[in-house]
Structure formats: C-alpha cells, structure tokens
Design a protein around this ligand. Structure first.
Ligand SMILES: [Zn+2]
Length: 332
C-alpha cells in the first residue's frame, strides 16, 4: 500500500484513505508542516496511489506507473521545484507548467502537479498560477507544499484543502536514522539538534566535521566539572585555534543544553526513555551532584547564549563561552 513507508503522519494518511474509499479527490491541496517532516515524500507516495496501474488508491510501488512516478518520468506527474542553484520558482517555470497543463492527460485517470515549496514561487509566478487554480484543468490535482502557509495569499488558500503534517517524534526520528548510523551519541545529537526535521538530522549525520565535533562535545560535558580556571582558558583558546564560528558554538551549546536537561530530568525522577541521551544515564549519575536550581540556571544561561548567537549579524561567540565557562568555575 502507498502509505507503508511513510513515517508518522497518521492523520494525513487516514484523510486520504477516506478520500480513496469515497472517490472524492479534491483538485487542490496545501501540504503544510515544518521542514523535513516528509511532505514531499508523502506527495510522491500519494501520486503513486492515484496513478497506480493496479487500482485507484493502491500505490503498489512495483507497476510501471508507480515506478515512473518514483523516477519522475510519468507523463502525468509533474514535480515543480526551484532549478539547481536557485532558491525561487520563476515565472518562466510557472508559464511552462501552464502550457503543459493545456495539453491532454496521457494515461487517462488523473494528472498530479506538485509545487515544492510553493513558498518559493515568485509573486509574478503566483499571479500567473492563480488563474490556473481558479479554473483548474479537468482531472488535475495540485499539491502545494508549504512550511509557511501564513505567507500564502488568501485567494490561493481559499481554493485549497489544507492538510497538516506534524513534527516527527524522537522515536520516529530514531527508527529512521538508525539505518544511517549505529553510533547512539551521534544519533541522539542529530535528533536533539534537528527538532523533528529528518532531513536536517540526516545532514548532521553525514557531515564528517560535525561527527568529530559531537563526540568531543559530549566528552567535554563530563570533563568540565573538573576544569580549573586555566583549563577553561585553554579550552577557549583551543576553539579559537580550531576556528570555531558561531554555528559551531550553537551546536556545542545545544548539545550541552540537551545534556543538562537530561541531568535535570534525572533529578526530577524521569524514566530513561524521556532523556535525550538515555544511554548516557550511568555517566550522568556518576557526575558530582548538582541541585535542580543549579541545573536550571545552567540551562537558562545556555539558552540565553543560543538566543543571542542567532541574532544577525552574529556576535562574537567567544565572549559568551568565556562568560559562561569562567562563571561556572569552582561551582560545586
Ligand atoms: Zn502501482
């Protein structure tokens, strides 16, 4: 079945199961949800289900139509995305889409048009597209993918049915990422950093530099309690030598923040499956005791630094590292 390989998104799946059962496919949908939660994949599986040779709503994945959708060679399946090296979908791309839509459907049943993301279509492009959406060609289904539906004009929104995609849970991310790595520290870091975005988590996992940094960042967390003032100064100097920029520091603070949250959760009596790094529980528990108040304060200081580091233009991250790490010296 078409939905077998989709991670999460039960509501959207159930919605289209009903659509297939009642044979009531709309002519336009907006797939709305955060980045990297699988909206594009979903739209491809759904297209297979609609165009499958084995029957409407099946999406066997094996027939010629399903395979041609997958390979993007099906004549009735159009996936419109920004051209390589571009961030926007241009008016020319929209015009060529519209001219393609004036031709007849090749295989009879339906024609699918996916615009990914619709947020990338230029203003001119949206104007040109609006007419098509107002008077849609027969048997054509539009899927507009968006992570920011607020920015979509009311005239477009009102002509589409909104389908909501939720963020992936830690468990779903884990199941998905385990195919990529067996290194649990790395995997849990990618999940903590990516906040429900599996594409971002994947790119963390595939970044060699990141992989190297993450294991060091985790080790430093356990060493920090024994650092004296000189060690702290040396650590900061070494990061300067490594040319750490604000992005490196952001990753660093985010990982430490999720680790301090783990320590706080343990203090509050939480189960291991609630921790960001459940397999580090033993090492956390072997650390010097800290009160809930202390742990909370550290998390707040780190969060403040993360917030200030995201301000553009970026400030010097070393200043925050010095302020925080020096201040923690000798704190028991
Ligand atoms: Zn099929």
């Amino acid at each position: 079945m078409w939905y077998e390989n989709i991670i999460g998104q039960e509501q959207a799946i159930e919605h289209f199961q009903r659509v297939f059962k009642n044979n009531r496919l709309n002519h336009a949908y907006i797939f709305q949800g955060g980045e990297g939660v699988g909206k594009k994949e979903f739209s491809i599986y759904l297209s297979q289900a609609i165009l499958c040779d084995q029957g409407f709503g099946l999406g066997c994945g094996k027939c010629s139509s399903c395979l041609r959708v997958k390979n993007q060679t099906h004549p009735d399946f159009i996936l419109l995305e920004p051209l390589e090296q571009r961030k926007t979908i241009s008016i020319e791309q929209i015009r060529s889409l519209i001219s393609r839509l004036s031709r007849r459907i090749h295989q009879g049943r339906k024609r699918l048009v996916i615009i990914n993301p619709f947020d990338a279509v230029t203003d001119q492009g949206v104007n040109a597209f609006l007419k098509t959406l107002e008077e849609p060609p027969e048997d054509t289904v539009f899927i507009l993918i968006s992570s920011n539906p607020v920015a979509i004009r009311a005239t477009i929104l009102s002509r589409c049915q909104l389908i909501h995609f939720r963020a992936l849970t830690k468990k779903e991310m884990k199941a998905f990422l385990l195919e990529e790595t067996a290194d649990l520290n790395l995997l849990n870091s990618a999940i903590a950093l990516a906040a429900g975005n599996k594409e971002q988590a994947l790119s963390f996992l595939r970044d060699q530099e990141m992989r190297k940094n993450i294991s060091a960042i985790i080790d430093w967390f356990f060493q920090e309690e024994n650092w004296n003032l000189e060690d702290r100064g040396n650590w900061i100097d070494a990061r300067e030598k490594d040319n750490w920029n604000w992005e490196d520091y952001q990753v660093f603070w985010q990982i430490w923040s999720s680790m301090y949250r783990d320590r706080l959760l343990i203090e509050l009596g939480s189960q291991s499956d609630q921790l960001n790094y459940p397999d580090l529980r033993g090492r956390y528990e072997a650390m010097k005791a800290k009160s809930i108040l202390q742990l909370n304060r550290r998390i707040q200081e780190i969060q403040k630094a993360i917030g200030l580091l995201s301000v553009r233009p970026p400030r010097n991250p070393i200043v925050f590292a010095e302020a925080i790490l020096m201040n923690w010296n000798g704190e028991s």
